[in-house]
Design a protein around this ligand. Structure first.
Ligand code: ZN
Length: 155
């Protein structure tokens, strides 16, 4: 993909490197023991297939995040970056981050610095068809949290 546009070339290059690095060396791929939140979603537009699993610590903070799946470089890199960013966050903080990411994908004005290296995906907002690739992991998180909060935990 191409990230040309409003940013200087050196920043584009940096962003592309971050995305490629996560795609080639995916972080936190696998399954979580004692996952309390688990969601599998498919992006039919591109064929991306992804499952995200999250476990919570006794303090209610995200203890571990793992993901598994296959798809394009954008969807895989996004899942990898998300898994790194979410560790140690509360679900509320995770949701705040999620909405911030959705805003960035919609090209809304905002301060996206707290997203850290996830900002590397900002260029995707110019390619509507690829936005679903970038947001797939976050949709897994969103749906997973909804089910977790809505559906009782069997004790
Ligand atoms: Zn894709």
């Amino acid at each position: 993909m191409s990230l040309e546009g409003q940013h200087p070339v050196n920043l584009n290059t940096l962003y592309q490197q971050v995305i490629l690095d996560h795609y080639k060396k995916p972080r936190n791929k696998g399954a979580v023991e004692n996952a309390v939140l688990k969601k599998h979603l498919h992006n039919p537009t591109c064929g991306d297939d992804l499952e995200v699993q999250v476990s919570l610590g006794p303090d209610g903070k995200i203890d571990d995040v793992k993901w598994n799946g296959r798809g394009c470089s954008i969807s895989m890199a996004s899942a990898s970056m998300m898994s790194v960013a979410l560790k140690g966050k509360t679900l509320e903080e995770a949701q705040r981050m999620m909405h911030s990411f959705y805003g960035m994908m919609k090209n809304e004005e905002g301060n996206y610095k707290p997203l850290g290296e996830i900002q590397a995906l900002v260029g995707v907002s110019k390619f509507p068809v690829r936005i679903k690739c970038a947001t797939l992991a976050w949709h897994c998180l969103e749906e997973g949290i909804k089910e977790h909060e809505g559906g009782g935990t069997n004790g």
